[in-house]
Design a protein around this ligand. Structure first.
Ligand code: DOR
Ligand code: ZN
Ligand code: ZN
Length: 353
């Protein structure tokens, strides 16, 4: 059996639900799930309750992360029309700024030009702006990147029209990057039908042609694989108003390794997409003496084995090509043979001062 040694993977798109959604996930459980998935650094999203749009909310979340995280965690600040005056102060602390242009879970939204202008003028130039942008909103983001001559990162790109627009922008030399999620690579509309609310997320699952476009562009236009780990409880998912989102931290590496074994892309490219590019694009610190050992043996994804508090995945029952055997973070054994060994609070926060 082959054992692979990989660098600690970085997930630049995780929902950790603190504060306000601790019944779905918290820093201790979310970072345990990350380690179980071979991920040693995650960036947490700001659509919490309250959202991370003020210095006090951001500081509170950072303090809770420092107390509880088992791997390294940085946090996004959120953009909102009510709180634009806080952008410079948020920019001293957060790793990056997130702007939600389209409908999704939570109330954070930016739908007016003055707020977008404030974001692009007032957010520190050395820190990234990331966007939830779908369809023509991607063109808005590209226009802003060009106008203000500063990088924009597009989250969870899922449609052919979007990835092709980004490819065109890159060809013009514009400073744009993007990520895709494993669920948009491995599931499509037919799975959404089969899974019902368990297959509902934003962006929604694409057509087979959208999925094909993401795979085609994995070799060049796509910069990162990111999970968009968005845990919700099964009770919430089966309610009359199911929230969008699925867990992803524990299934991402196994799925992507399956793509490598199937000859769809190379292991080198996987490391670029899941470690090197995330680190470079978000300017993240190195993690010395950190590695992930993977056993390349066919393995079934199981709800029962999850560390995420939500306890379910749309990939339950699916066979993937490998499983994480051991994770070492800064010289410490933090995961081995299905057991998370890192104590809550042993991870580091990135930013947060
Ligand atoms: O499906 C999603 N769920 N997409 C998002 O953009 C947000 C996320 C969540 O926070 O649940
Ligand atoms: Zn999003
Ligand atoms: Zn998200």
């Amino acid at each position: 059996m082959t054992t692979l040694t990989l660098p600690g993977l970085i997930d630049v798109h995780t929902h950790l639900r603190v504060p306000g959604g601790e019944h779905k996930e918290d820093f201790a459980t979310g970072t345990a799930a990350a380690l179980a998935g071979g991920i040693t650094m995650i960036l947490g999203m700001p659509n919490t309750s309250p959202p991370l749009t003020t210095p006090s909310a951001l500081h509170t979340a950072y303090a809770l992360a420092a107390a509880d995280c088992r791997c390294d965690v940085g946090l996004f600040a959120g953009a909102s029309p009510e709180d634009v005056r806080h952008l410079p102060e948020l920019g001293e602390t957060a790793v990056a700024l997130k702007i939600y242009l389209n409908d999704t879970f939570g109330k954070l939204r930016v739908e007016d030009v003055p707020t977008l202008r404030a974001c692009f003028r007032d957010w520190p130039r050395h820190k990234l702006i990331a966007m939830h942008a779908e369809k023509q909103s991607v063109a808005v983001g590209i226009g802003l990147a060009a106008t203000y001559d500063r990088p924009v990162h597009f989250c969870h790109i899922s449609r052919r029209e979007e990835i092709e627009l980004i490819a065109d922008a890159k060809m013009r030399g514009l400073p744009v990057t993007c990520e895709v999620t494993p669920h948009h690579l491995f599931l499509d509309q037919a799975d959404a039908q089969r899974l019902g609310p368990l297959g509902d997320m934003r962006p929604i699952l694409g057509t087979p042609d959208d999925v094909a476009a993401l795979w085609e562009h994995l070799h060049d236009t796509v910069d990162c694989i990111a999970t968009d780990h968005a845990p919700h409880t099964l009770a919430e998912k089966h309610s009359a108003t199911p929230p969008p989102g699925v867990a992803g931290l524990e299934t991402s590496l196994g799925l992507m390794l399956t793509g490598v074994v199937d000859g769809r892309f190379t292991l080198d490219r996987l490391i670029t997409l899941m470690h090197a590019n995330p680190r470079r694009i978000y300017n993240l610190p190195a993690q010395p003496d950190t590695l992930v050992e993977v056993e390349m043996t066919p393995t079934h994804i199981q709800n029962e084995q999850m560390y995420s508090k939500c306890g379910w995945t749309p990939f339950h029952g699916r066979e993937v090509a490998g499983r994480v055997q051991r994770v070492i973070l800064r010289g410490q054994l933090v995961y081995e043979n299905g057991q998370v060994l890192a104590a809550a609070g042993s991870g580091k926060v990135i930013g947060g001062q």
